[in-house]
Design a protein around this ligand. Structure first.
Ligand code: T3D
Length: 257
């Protein structure tokens, strides 16, 4: 197991900590590969019901490690080999991913956060689409995700001007779910992750899948998606438990099945 990603799983919550604090968790091939492997494993592991992605030290992630030898060789091959499978694994994961962002999230680090399902940021955090500062285009799915999150005009401003986006602004623009006081961030994310780990996992997976599918579907196709998902969910133990608990006026106990 790679120490560049510290892994902890407790109570259904898998916490992945990017762990190169001296380099603001800049993404080496090893770190990227480890993240991809952890997300792939999480998909198969019934003990995992939610994933939290965070960074060690004073930052979330400073993007691609610019000192790595792969950089400058064939960046397209590097994107293909590491970034693409990582983002696809995150988007396909049938479990929610929560980003806990503090300090700076720059370049691929920012877009890694935006590829998560819920982003919580410390009030002092900043997101920087810093790619053009070094002559690159936003990657890690940023050109797909940003306009969907903040709209075309703001996505263009972020990509062309590389202006740091404060957590408050990111929240006001709808790019992230919540801003927490710096000292409260970890506890807030832990509370939310715990709640998600006790939620009906398959229903959350269906919501994630359906909302993403809706970006490209017609209303008719999307209604079909919803119908198919609802058919499957109607046969889950968690649906029966949810209805039974409602009738019995007690909190439901969802097992993710
Ligand atoms: O290969 C491909 O597939 C291409 C894909 C590219 C995807 C991308 O992510 S491109 C964008 C890459 N990231 C950046 O351009 C950001 C570079 N970093 C910065 O601009 C600044 O470090 C920050 C604004 C993020 C933070 O500034 P500050 O002043 O808080 O910290 P610092 O002093 O600059 O950094 C602290 C250390 O981390 C420092 O190391 P040192 O001098 O103490 O030994 C610095 O060099 C290192 N560091 C920060 N970012 C990176 C990095 N080392 C390697 N790669 C980095 N991206």
């Amino acid at each position: 197991m790679s120490a560049t990603v510290v892994t902890a799983c407790e109570g259904g919550v898998l916490t992945l900590t990017m762990n190169r604090p001296e380099k603001l968790n800049a993404l080496t091939s090893e770190l990227l590969g480890a993240l991809r492997d952890r997300f792939a494993a999480a998909a198969e592991d019934p003990a995992v019901r939610v994933v939290v992605l965070r960074g060690a030290g004073r930052a979330f992630c400073a993007g691609q490690d610019l000192s790595e030898s792969a950089v400058g060789d064939d960046l397209g091959a590097h994107v293909e080999r590491y970034y693409k499978p990582l983002v696809l694994a995150m988007r396909a994961l049938p479990k929610p991913i929560v980003a806990e962002v503090h300090g700076v999230a720059a370049g691929a680090g920012a877009n890694l956060a935006f590829a998560c399902d819920l982003v919580f940021a410390a009030r002092s955090a900043t997101f920087i689409e810093s790619f053009a500062r070094i002559g690159l285009v936003a990657d890690t799915g940023g050109t797909w995700m940003l306009p969907r999150l903040v709209g075309h005009a703001r996505a263009m401003g972020l990509a062309l001007l590389c202006t740091p986006l404060t957590a408050e602004q990111a929240h006001a623009w709808g790019a992230i779910w919540e801003v927490a006081d710096d000292a409260a961030l970890a506890d807030r994310v832990a509370d939310v992750a715990r709640a998600l780990a006790h939620a009906p996992t398959q229903a959350l997976a269906a919501a994630k899948h359906a909302i993403e599918a809706g970006w490209t579907n017609s209303i008719q196709a999307q209604l079909d998606v919803e119908g198919a998902l609802q058919r499957a969910l109607g046969r889950t133990d968690d649906f029966h438990e949810g209805v039974a608990a409602f009738g019995e006026k007690r909190p439901p106990v969802f097992r993710g099945r």
